[in-house]
Write a protein that binds this ligand. Sequence first.
Ligand code: TRP
Length: 455
Amino acid sequence: MANISKGEGRDQWGSKLGFIMAAAGSAVGLGNLWKFPYVAGKNGGGAFVMVYFIMLFLVGFTLMLAELVLGRHTKLNAIGAYRKISKKWSWVGGLGIATGFMILSYYSVIGGWVIKYLITAVTGGLNVTDAAVLSEMFGSVVSSTGGSIFFHALFMVATLGIVLGGVGGGIEKASKVMMPALFVIIILLAIRGCTLPGAVEGIKYLLVPDFSKLSMGVVLSALGQVFFSLSLGMGCMITYGSYLPDKENIPQSATIIPLLDTGVALLAGLATLPAVFAFGFEPAGGPGLMFETLPAVFASMPMGMMFSTLFFVLVLFAALSSSISLLEVCVSYVVDEYGLNRKIATWGLGFGVFLVGVPSALSFGIWSEVKILFGMNFFDLFDFLTSNVMLPLGGLLLCIFVGWVWGTDKAIDEASNNGQIAFGLSGFWAFLVKFVGPVAISVVFINSLWGFIAG
Ligand code: TRP
């Protein structure tokens, strides 16, 4: 786990900044840079973003705090944390670990595309503004059978290598440089995006809600995106919280992390969507959106080649700092529960994730028309099941668990370090965990799944 120093007893984060960077590193990833812009584009732009914000305030901050507090209180992994408080609930932690395994399997496929684009950028192949050429380039990258499996494998090896080496030194030091660098470059990109001719169209599309585009499906996608982007609903933040020192101010961290995460997502949207309109792409272009539009933005900037290379290096880094958190949750469970050697567990799980990801890698090429369920191919199905079903379900159960089984009084004691630090909104937070979270998630869930199955 990132930046953990061996202290007495359980490992702990070395510093406050180290923890914030590692947790933000887990949260900020492909979910912000790649997924947010295209899911927003697909779901009507502003209407989606508005619902995203509502969900962020109702459940995002709430669950971030709940997971961190549960982790620090129990000082255990996802399953152990539930089990320590109530044996009957340990399966919820198990659900989370399974979810993480599944997410990583297709996350790594996209990570592989990033590696491939990085190589293309370095060799000067991205200096293009023609939408048709860029779309074709994307199509040929993702539909190549050997290529997509190879780069998927490469990304998994990188993830595995970092987890094996104990994330400690390297990633933590790298985080402190790379995360701020990512911020700077994404701000530059957003400025360039918003000053392109015809950019206003894109800014409006992203920020002005068109209520006719609202549907239960849009609301479910926004809810799923909040979970995915903040790394919530599968015990990732429980695990990270378990390494927090007792004096740490959790309410403050649970505010900063979602704000950073949402800031990066919005900036990515502001870099991508104006370019969609300026260069004549489709806002509902799907998973190719970032890969097709951003090269055009770079190519229209001075020193575009340098910026595009730097950008893909940082995207790769952001993706790795998220993927290691997904793998680490699975590894720490297997090591803790079955006493397996860490090395063997990491290799075994990494290889398993790779195999499960192969059908997703083929879903943009030879298996794109292989429909598994609900008319979706592997990739779409895995993405839908994890983001829109399993993570919200994990979040719903977490609300019920913290709100009613463990109890918000005990959680608030933990959050306020037994009254030593101010937690002004504790009453409001308790209300959100006990009532608003469970009701909001169930309503969205039942309505949209019903619509989905019936429709
Ligand atoms: N949040 C990461 C991203 O936006 C992905 C991720 C890492 C994740 N850990 C997670 C998603 C746990 C869900 C649950 O790219």
